[in-house]
Structures are given as C-alpha cells and as structure tokens.
Design a protein around this ligand. Structure first.
Ligand code: PMV
Length: 350
C-alpha cells in the first residue's frame, strides 16, 4: 500500500475591507447580503503560512493553528475539505495514474505571524491559506476566483484573500452560491503609493463574533436594509471608480463612511453591539484633525469587528499621517502600530 506523505505549503495574506461585508443571506454557505471590497496587505507583515499533507498513515483529519489543535468537525472546515476532495476525486476519475489522495486523511499545520482573533481578519488569511494549500497538494487547476468560492464557505472575508491588491467580493444572486465570488479590481502595482498603518489595541479581546453579530444585526437593525440595498451598492460603484482613478480623496471618504455605516448598524442592532472603544474614537478624531490640517482627505480610518484601526494613506503623506498618529498615540497605553504596504503579487505561490 502507498504509505507516502504528500505535502504542499502556501501563504495567504490578510485583507482589510474598505466596503464592509456585514450580513449573511445564507449562513450555511456564507452568502452575503451585500458585495464588498478590500485591500490585501503585504505577506511580509500579516499572513498565515499553511502546510497541507495527506497520507494513509494518518488516523484522521487534523488541524493545528499556532501549535494548538483545532476542531476540524465544524461545518465550515468540513465544507472546504469536502469541496476540495470532490475536485480532486474528479481529477482522479479522469486520470487513473494519479494517486488517490482524495480519500486520505488530511493534516493541516498553520502559523500566523500576527495575533489571532485580535480583530485582524485572522480567519480570512487562515481559510484562504487552508484552501490554497490543499488545492496545491491536490494539484488542482483552479483559478483564484474558483478557490474563492470554496474559501468563502470557511469564512466569508477569506474569499478576498486569494488575490493581492484591490479585490471585490461580488455577492451574486444564486441560491447555491456559485456566483458569490472574489474578483480583482486592480493589482497592488496599480497604486504603488498606497500604505496602511495598523493600530492594535493589544490587550483587547474580540467581543461579539462576526457570525453572531451579523445574525443579530440582520434580525433586528432597522438601518440594515437601507445599508444593504442603497448605501453599499452606491459605495461599491464609488470605490471601484476611486481605485481605478487612484483618487485618494474619494477612496478615503468612501472608506470612512463605510466603516461608520457598518458600526452604525451595529449600534442599531438590539441589543447593541459596540466594537469601537474610546481609543478607537480618539483615532477617528486624530484622522479628522490630520485631514482638516491638510485641507483635504489624506488619511482614512476603518474598523472591523473590534477596536483596532487600520489607517490608509499615500506614501508622500507618511510624515503627516503615520508620523503624527504614532506621535499622538505613542503615549497612550495599549497601542502598537505597524506600517505596511499592500501585497504586490497576485500569483499562486506553491
Ligand atoms: O469573514 P468574517 O465572518 O470574519 O466577517 C468579516 C466582517 C468584517 O471584517 C467586519 C468586514 C469585512 O468585510 O471583512
């Protein structure tokens, strides 16, 4: 019998949304109530590295994250395994010389080079890396968009981490999710001066999980429907235009208004969800001060399901934005900052 260990590795980067995903129309398939857009950040700074292996000598499917054993029986991980195994089984059926990897237990080993569950989209990089590592192991001829359909079932935002640069997740309209996919808006090289500053509240733990937060928002918020039907579709059009034209003022305005709209629906959820804390609000005021001093928008904040800020700006304004923010917040306890660039390459690394 074949006792060989087959193995492949990959990395996937973190992405931070500038048009936010918040709300599921199908919680099982992670089908969203609105489309979204993100910027993929550099792998050197924030990424998950994952090795996938399979062998008849393994007893069962296992998953290790930062050396800690994780449950693989969850519906989301199972959905990814099932979809990838089905694609491999189809390859094996059409070519009998291929080893029968689809029936072997999987061993997944992942490492994040950033704090897990600190509201830094760790699940996005995590599921994107898991899906791509197994796709590489199975030698699947799948495009990033095809893999995005699978990664989406692990964590919605993960579908956007299959690409570098500026990425749209088009919500789609089909019930089976076959058209709810990530597509490239522009590669990172299109806007080489874009920068992001991450401000981490190191002590803070994630409060309400995105999955349960979304469910209560969809069920109780009165603002939510207007956001999904009117606010976000307009933001999608404006954001794609801003990215294509490298128009930072428009990019920044939509980014900040989108973050505010998402957190407004959280406050409008009953009982309300608070992701921003007083330090987050201080960061918002600081960005406003910076933009007022410049006489135009040169910095844009955004917050996901936690108090940590990501500030976008252009390289020429590094001193006026990153310098000022680090100077002002440096004295505050609990803040750490990192300056990073969007991810350059969009290639599938083996
Ligand atoms: O992919 P999830 O289920 O972790 O949800 C992510 C939700 C936000 O980060 C708040 C917004 C987004 O589009 O990434």
């Amino acid at each position: 019998a074949d006792t060989k260990i087959y193995q492949a590795s990959t990395t996937a980067p973190v992405n931070i949304a500038v048009v936010k995903y918040w709300g599921k129309r199908d919680p099982k398939l992670n089908l969203p109530t609105n489309s979204s857009i993100s910027v993929t950040l550099s792998q050197d700074d924030l990424r998950t590295h994952t090795t996938a292996s399979c062998s008849s000598t393994f007893a069962s499917d296992t998953l290790l994250l930062n050396s800690q054993s994780q449950d693989t029986s969850g519906a989301r991980t199972q959905a990814c395994f099932r979809e990838l195994r089905a694609l491999r089984a189809a390859l094996e059926a059409s070519n009998s010389s291929l080893p029968k990897l689809s029936s072997l237990p999987l061993r997944i080993v992942s490492e994040n080079n950033f704090p897990t569950a600190a509201g830094l989209a760790s699940s996005a990089a995590g599921f994107a890396a898991l899906v791509r590592a197994i796709a590489n192991l199975y030698e699947l001829p799948a495009t990033p968009t095809a893999l995005s359909r699978i990664a989406r079932q692990g964590s919605g935002s993960a579908c956007r981490s299959l690409f570098g640069g500026y990425v749209a997740w088009e919500m789609g309209s089909k019930d089976d999710g076959s058209d709810s996919l990530a597509v490239e808006v522009a590669p990172a090289s299109h806007w080489p001066t874009m920068r992001a500053l991450i401000l981490v509240v190191s002590a803070e733990k994630k409060g309400v999980s995105s999955t349960s937060g979304m469910q209560i928002t969809v069920a109780t918020s009165q603002l939510f429907q207007r956001r999904a039907e009117i606010v976000v579709p307009a933001a999608m059009v404006a954001m794609k235009k801003a990215i294509k034209e490298k128009d930072f003022e428009s990019f920044g305005k939509v980014t900040m208004m989108e973050s505010n709209s998402f957190h407004a629906t959280c406050l409008d959820t009953f009982p309300p969800i608070f992701y921003l804390n007083d330090v987050s609000k201080a960061a918002i005021r600081l960005v406003e001060d910076i933009n007022n001093a410049a006489g135009k928008i040169i910095a844009a904040y955004t917050f996901d399901a936690g108090p940590n800020a990501v500030i976008y700006y252009e390289e020429e304004n590094t001193a006026a934005v990153a310098g000022v923010i680090k100077g002002a917040l440096g004295g505050l306890e609990g803040w750490a900052s990192r300056e990073i660039e969007p991810k350059e390459s969009t290639s599938l690394d083996a």
